[in-house]
Design a protein around this ligand. Sequence first.
Ligand code: BGC
Length: 905
Amino acid sequence: MTPSIKHSPWPMPLILISLLLVGGVNAIADLKVTRLRCEYLENPLGIDAPHPRLSWILESSQRAQHQTAYQILVASRPEWLEEGRADLWDSGRVRSSQSIQVDYAGRPLVSRQQCHWTVRVWDNDGKPSPWSRPARWEMGLLKPADWQAQWIARTTDTNVSPAPLLRRTFDVNGKLARARAYVCGLGYYELYVNGRKADDALLNPGFTRYDRRALYVTHDLTPLLRDGANALGVILGNGWFNCHTRAVWNFHEAPWRQSPRLLLQLHLEYTDGRQAVLVSDGTWKCAAGPIVFDSIYGGETYDARLEQPGWAGPAFEDSSWQRVQVVPGPGGLLAAQMMPPIRLDRQFKPARITEPKPGVFIVDAGQNLAGMAELRVRGPAGARVQMRYGERLHPDGTLDTRDIEQHVKKLGAAQQHQTDTYILNGRGAERWRSRFTYHGFQYIEVTGFPGRPTLDNFSICFVHSDVPEAGRFECSDPLINRIQRAAQWAFLSNLQGIPTDCPHREKNGWTGDAHLAAEQANFNFLPVTVHAKWITDLGDEQKPGGQLPGIVPTSGWGYSWGNGPAWDSAFLLIPHYAYIYYGDTAMLRRHYDGMKRYVDYLTTRAKDGIVGIGLNDWAPWKTKTEAPITDTAYYYVDTRILAHAARLLGKPSDAAHYEALAASIKEAFNRRFFKPETAQYDNGSQTALSCALYQGLVEPAHKDRVLANLVASVEKANNQIDTGILGAKYLLNALLENGRADVAWRMIARKDQPGWGWWIEQGATTLWEQWSGAESRNHIMFGDVSAWFYKAIAGIVPDPSAPGFKHFFIKPHLLGDLTWARGEYHSIHGPIVSAWKVADGRLHLDLTVPPNTTATVLLPLAGPALENGRPVVQAKGVKLVGNEGGRVRLEVGSGHYRFSGSLGR
Ligand code: BGC
């Protein structure tokens, strides 16, 4: 995803202008502007935000560098940019250190507008940097009236199975400057141009509440089209749009359910200025394709004998094909898909293959994941290879799918689940993988294979939303590294256009799971584009009275069970995290009214300030914690987020109102649950105590005693975690934030039950749903432990008062027997590295602070701190502040540092 950060010589006129302005080569700043991004994306097509947000990253070999001003040029043609002719926007020199989330503020952008941009900045001393390498973005179709295309389908019957093929031929007459296809094919589509797939996306477009909003994708077809005859071909899958699997969440009865359909509009621009538009309409032709069955839950059946070679090419003879029908669309808005699509992350060879029964083979991927297998087979025409996917084996080595198919089978015993079938055409070496479904699995039961399969007959495909990697964490304890790895695999397995709970049983956008996993997601990857899209989905599902469902999107299920503040708070928490981690206020702004409706709704449900209407600390070990505690705490947190958003957005009277409400909730919470004599909250469970601490509900005067009770309660439980998914997040963070990371560490770094380490000891390669080991083995809802590794061990902690890591803390904890740890986090301002090791009683910390940011470093040293072997007071970029809570406190500017000092322990 990341382009190389080479610095290309930038066109002469601009360099000359820079030189003239500052009077000579030596006056160029040691700052390089790189990684230009628009709406978090690199050179995106199809942006429909009217004022796209621009960000860049600075590089410098000097310490303590920051930006004092910037200038952005945006031009509608690349050559104009080179000439310094910014017809769309010349921001002029803006005195500001802001290098992220800068709103485009030039001429109003129109549909399909091309925007080429470059940035330069001024450094500490007022010297300008060279201009950045140019980047670009392109607007999508901004108005409903831009769409001339019609929705088309092969049939309107939702029961007819084969995935339709649609095609249209057309001529290109001359040399093309630009060809863009805007495509929404529901449930899923694959676009082919002259027989070649137009991109490497899978399962596009992302799942939405289709009757309220459907996403279109912009394809650059310029390199795929040729002068003369061309053809477009599209295959449509059912996906979530036409879900025929009956299951307890009622997607088979979704209000949006229709047969697969396509909307496509191709804009051609010739080099000589001519333009042409080709649209989906009644002139397209269609036929049934070789995918004879496809279902998001059920799997796919492909009959290779029905293939029509060349069907998506211009020369194909389609006289036997029918004309398509023009049909109604799904009914809602069309919006640009401004997030990375699902892609194939990697393919790998399975670990082993066994034959627990004659002719029944079990392929073991060696890893739990989301995706499918690519089958490689030779055999007679008509041979049927069936692959059933699951994540457990019976003691006899056969596949055990009971846990993951329970909700589907409840409504139809005979329904197929996670099953792909390939019927051979017998024409030699055949290769196939399913297109319109994905599975959660470690094992594949293979039957009907012609002959004896070997490992070479299968390639395991890992498939998920292709969000960039942002972080890496490693330390000297292999168990911790395996937990970290399992969290990453579980998170990616559960990022499929929406954040999901599990990739097999449900594939549902459970709101609670998503917010509990959001901070680790932000450390490990860049999920914010998917989160932003999905928070819009939550907005689309909110009832006028403020209620939210437990799963999003939903067919209508989940408003009366499976929701409640602990889940619904995703609607406020994820935008809030986007603010903290990326300085992003767009989600807060966009959903402000909805958030307000939600908090007001909770107020209508509160009795004496207490809310108790939803799921409680889900999937607990032994001790339960009643919902009013966790619910009321979320009610408080939501109200505070809302009040904060009101301040940010310039709504002081709202802010005052919700601040007062928050104060009253805090009082009510303490009145009801706090026992001043003992400093216990309610039943004194780990969850109750840590909830009060973590959510900021404990009065300062009582903090020490509450903390002591929490530590005592952990010790009473033999230093074992005794919470569900909510408490797991509070507990680790409450201990960390209150100076007892050591207590959290004792729970994490052990291999017995319950705990993450026990899962790993049982062979887990992803995180599980239950401490007991029951049910799903690929859930991310206990995954916040990974964020804790970054915060507690590497010590990389965001500062909410300087969001987007403009300022942050480096406060590593040297826990247990750890001898080293390394955390690397590619913040929106650039890479932060915190790598420490302990040797000979000394701590060594290698630290990278990105230009234009600062950090507060807190080191647990007994003696003086050195930087590169010299007293820190002599080091450029470092200010020694003194001692704080047993740590040396340093304020540092950007740059690379090597701190060391003797340890106090
Ligand atoms: C899902 C969870 C979800 C929970 C809430 C489960 O079936 O898999 O992850 O949060 O239900 O009820």
